[in-house]
Write a protein that binds this ligand. Structure first.
Ligand code: TMP
Length: 239
């Protein structure tokens, strides 16, 4: 079906969301812009939009087949996907399998330490506040989500981890940690946003080389090459 893009609804750091002529349906356009540390650091990762769009589509399709409700409808082009419009819950849900990033900082544990039972963390999606960590009492106080919704989000985040971890490992990628966003549509909750090297830590399973946005955050070099390698392993490889 031919889709017409209408007004820009929202422009974020890495994506633009457009209204369409179909009610309740939006287009996510993936940019090459990259930011880190609450946009203190800005740059461009050439080709990132294509990688993130194609990888998100592949993973949303995989999750959909496994019964996880996602906002993904179809891929329109290299940088555009059609999605259900969601009322996004202002919580960033992080799942961790291996210690890295802010968890290493918070606990003093060395990056790379494995975690026996995956950890779920909740953060307040608020740029002015710099996305602080929240517990469930804070979520209730701020009325960000009901206790039933939070329980569903945590349960679903762990299910997603259980599906994606082996899927990525088959492609020689360790899923160290990742961020998810959920939203409401009618009475149901859906997975939204994207799943990409911007929002996941992915390490080569043999060498533990970083193949994600940490290369940009930490000035490690080889940023574009890392995104292209993930793309090759996930989208073009026949596994
Ligand atoms: P962290 O270790 O910095 O808390 O990051 C955990 C995961 O969340 C990591 O895979 C990167 C992802 N993430 C985002 O998607 N957006 C963000 O703004 C931040 C800080 C992390």
């Amino acid at each position: 079906m031919k889709i017409e893009t209408r007004e820009k609804l929202y422009e974020g750091k890495a994506k633009i969301v457009y209204e369409t002529d179909r009610p309740g349906v939006i287009v996510q356009y993936f940019k090459d812009d990259a930011t880190a540390f609450n946009a203190l650091k800005k740059g461009t990762i050439v080709g990132k939009g294509v990688v993130n769009n194609r990888m998100s589509a592949a993973l949303f399709e995989r999750l959909g087949r496994a019964g996880i409700p996602t906002h993904y409808l179809e891929t329109l082009s290299d940088r555009e996907m059609l999605c259900h419009r969601l009322d996004i819950i202002k919580i960033e849900t992080i799942v961790r399998n291996i210690v890295a990033g802010s968890l290493a900082k918070r606990t003093g544990l060395e990056e790379g330490t494995s975690i026996t039972q995956p950890i779920v963390e909740l953060y307040y999606k608020s740029d002015p506040l710099g996305d602080p960590m929240l517990n469930e009492d804070h979520v209730r106080m701020l009325k960000l989500a009901s206790p039933t919704e939070v329980a569903w989000v945590k349960r679903t985040a762990l299910k997603i981890n259980a599906i994606l971890k082996p899927y990525l490992l088959k492609r020689r990628l360790l899923l160290v940690d990742f961020k998810l966003e959920f939203g409401r549509r009618g009475k149901k909750l859906y997975l939204g946003d994207e799943i990409s090297p911007d929002t996941c830590r992915l390490w080569d399973s043999a060498s533990k080389e970083k193949l994600d946005k940490d290369r940009f955050r930490r000035d490690l070099g080889g940023v574009e090459e890392a995104y292209q390698e993930v793309y090759r392993r996930l989208v073009t490889a026949d596994v």
